[in-house]
Design a protein around this ligand. Structure first.
Ligand code: DX5
Ligand code: ZN
Length: 225
């Protein structure tokens, strides 16, 4: 799959999470990420049902898409994702990631995302073991491992998450698949190196980037950790 580049050249990807951006200055913050070394832009959609928080939906996609040509990496924390995945792709999502725990019909969600032309991502919460993905791995482009309970930025990284990444990397490599591994929650320059080395291709970072005095420099610090 092509979210990641070829396997011999493991590019380190960073996907700053707009959840920590200043929504009064969304255009400014999106343009700042667009200028930066970040390759992706992470967009967290929450419905107040799958997670105990509500973030934003389609209208916010528009100004972000307008301000940047970078890969829009949309993380849906919503129940019944099947109902909405096509609309997120239409709104400009390049990757649409849904939660394994949010649907009874993951294959249908995968089919609908594929049909929309976006790359397919599937995410698991911290307590969901990677084994549940075994059968689905050949059908997806990306797995998003949550390293905090989804719902809020600024939480601490759950330590066991690095082992989940290693396990997942092994499963993917043993099956000879080309699936991108992304991790989300509590990521900073302090743990970035360990995460890339454990087998992550892409790191999501919200507060570490936006709360930094110099977010663009912080992005480079994480990429070069
Ligand atoms: C949490 C979101 C994350 C969040 C990460 O549910 O999925 O993307 O923005 O924030 P930090 O990097 O601050 O943990
Ligand atoms: Zn996220």
């Amino acid at each position: 799959m092509s979210v990641k580049n070829n396997q011999n050249f493991m590019e380190r990807i960073i996907s700053p999470s707009m959840l920590s951006a200043d929504f009064g200055n969304l255009d400014r913050d999106t343009r700042m990420i667009d200028r930066s070394a970040a390759q992706w832009i992470h967009i967290d959609v929450m419905d107040g049902v799958f997670v105990p928080n509500i973030s934003f939906g389609f209208p916010v996609m528009k100004p972000i898409r307008k301000a940047s040509d970078k890969v829009l990496d949309v993380h849906l924390m919503i129940v019944d994702p099947e109902k909405y995945v096509a609309r997120f792709a239409e709104a400009g999502a390049d990757i649409v990631t849904f939660h394994y725990e949010a649907t009874q019909t993951p294959r249908e969600a995968i089919r609908l995302i594929r049909e929309s032309g976006a790359k397919v991502g599937i995410s698991i919460k911290p307590k969901t073991p990677v084994e549940v993905l075994h059968e689905l791995l050949p059908e997806v482009d990306l797995v998003l491992v949550m390293s905090v309970e989804p719902g809020f930025g600024g939480q601490s990284f759950i330590e066991g998450s690095t082992d989940k990444v290693r396990e997942l990397r092994k499963m993917i490599d043993e099956a000879g698949l080309n699936v991108t591994i992304e991790i989300d929650g509590g990521v900073s320059a302090a743990n970035a190196r360990e995460l890339y080395e454990a087998g992550c291709d892409a790191l999501v970072a919200g507060s570490a980037v936006f709360k930094a005095a110099d977010p663009e420099a912080e992005i480079l610090k994480i990429l070069n950790a």
